[in-house]
Write a protein that binds this ligand. Structure first.
Ligand code: NAD
Ligand code: UD1
Length: 334
């Protein structure tokens, strides 16, 4: 299958590209490099022995997308491209709405002109909002997002649902990711955020690497076993493989379906931190600080649907996630 990956040089897109190529598919990437490096293409080639076709372009750019679809016969699209930082989305909401919504609209219009009818979309557990009880199930109502970023995911899910209603021969899978962490075992690709990371695992890894002084644990007075928040961390390589299963699922059917990609387990901040310290034999200084605005005590998936319909479940452990995140930092900072 010839698959277009929008945002394919980013963290999740690059790992998915590796799995796609390893599974014998062809990959075309469209990425404007607003949060990625061109060198990731070389790393993908180093890992797989194959080089994807690459367009440095904005998915909002109609002419550029027309060229991508004219020059390649695209069988299916995985739409990763988007801005993803929750805090930043509160500061510059219009940029988030413009980028995330426009890129999706331009993509769908181009797919329509070219008769491409298969889409996998990168949604997020954030669509469950603050009011649903854990574990989150796909049939729960998703009406209240808590940030402009979250609203873009909820809105795009709705745009895709409306498009599929009007085009019943179209097939779309909305993948709701939980907390992807870890890196490819080669250490060549991984999560490489610009500036000071907002997310826990890259922050821990940079403290361990002495690039940051100490971790602040945001609150230990939650109603959880050790007082710190529970999240559903999953290894990015497991997540990447979920996309191949979703492409197969989309090929078998029409309509739209939302599916959680998570482990189904809640792991606390302190558990993740102490696992990282133990498996890597490193020191990670930390202090307990106040709660971070907007954090929920618990966020984890009911992961049964993915197993039932995609025949996918996570295989890697929290130890694997910690080891591979550290390996990436060690190899990357050389
Ligand atoms: P990322 O920032 O590493 O990758 C996104 C890629 O899209 C980047 O390479 C960026 O350069 C590109 N991009 C952004 N806007 C673009 C545009 N208009 N045109 C072309 N390229 C564009 O992020 P990621 O972690 O790989 O996330 C991929 C997708 O998964 C995003 O949609 C994100 O919202 C979603 N998601 C991520 C997480 C997570 O924890 N990483 C969780 C849930 C959902
Ligand atoms: C955040 C986003 C979510 C997004 C996800 C993955 C928010 C409110 N939510 O989720 O939409 O899908 O990232 O990109 O931002 N923590 C610390 N110290 C730190 C950093 C984090 O204690 O320096 C804690 C947090 O309080 C949280 C846990 O670690 O309990 C995980 O945080 P993070 O990695 O930012 O992910 P989420 O908040 O779950």
């Amino acid at each position: 299958m010839n698959v277009l990956l929008t945002g394919g040089l980013g963290y999740i897109g690059s790992h998915t590209c590796v799995e796609l190529l390893n599974a014998g598919h062809q990959a075309v990437i469209a990425d404007n490099l607003c949060n990625a490096y061109g060198s990731v293409l070389d790393y993908i080639e180093q890992i797989t022995g194959k080089r994807p076709i690459f367009y440095e372009c904005d998915v909002q750019d109609r002419d550029a997308m027309e060229r991508v679809f004219t020059e390649n016969k695209i069988d299916a699209v995985i739409h990763f491209a988007g801005l993803k930082a929750v805090g930043e989305s509160c500061r510059i909401p219009l940029a988030y709405y413009r980028n995330n919504l426009d890129s999706t609209l331009t993509l769908l219009e181009t797919m329509e002109r070219h008769g491409c009818k298969r889409l996998v979309f990168s949604s997020s557990a954030t669509v469950y909002g603050p009011d649903n009880p854990v574990p989150y199930r796909e049939d729960m109502p998703c009406h209240v997002a808590t940030s402009p970023y979250g609203w873009t995911k909820a809105m795009i899910e709705q745009i895709i649902r409306d498009y599929v209603s009007a085009n019943p021969d179209f097939s779309a899978v909305l993948l709701r990711y939980f907390n992807p962490v870890g890196a490819h075992e080669s250490g060549l690709i991984g999560d490489d955020p610009n500036g000071v990371p907002n997310n826990l695992m890259p922050y821990i890894a940079r403290v361990a690497g002495r690039q940051l002084e100490k971790l602040t644990v945001f609150g230990d007075d939650y109603d959880t076993p050790d007082g710190t928040c529970l999240r559903d961390y999953l290894h990015v390589v497991d997540l990447a493989k979920g996309h191949i299963c979703a492409l197969d699922y989309a090929a078998e059917r029409t309509g739209v379906d939302a599916i959680n990609l998570g482990t189904g387990n809640g792991v606390s901040v302190l558990e993740l931190l102490h696992t990282f310290i133990r498996v890597n034999g490193v020191d990670v200084p930390y202090v307990i600080g106040g709660r971070r605005d907007g954090d929920l005590a618990r966020c984890y998936a009911n992961a049964e649907k993915a197993e039932r319909v995609l025949h996918w479940k996570t295989e890697k452990t929290v130890e694997d996630m910690c080891r591979d995140s550290w390996n990436f930092i060690v190899k990357h900072s050389k």
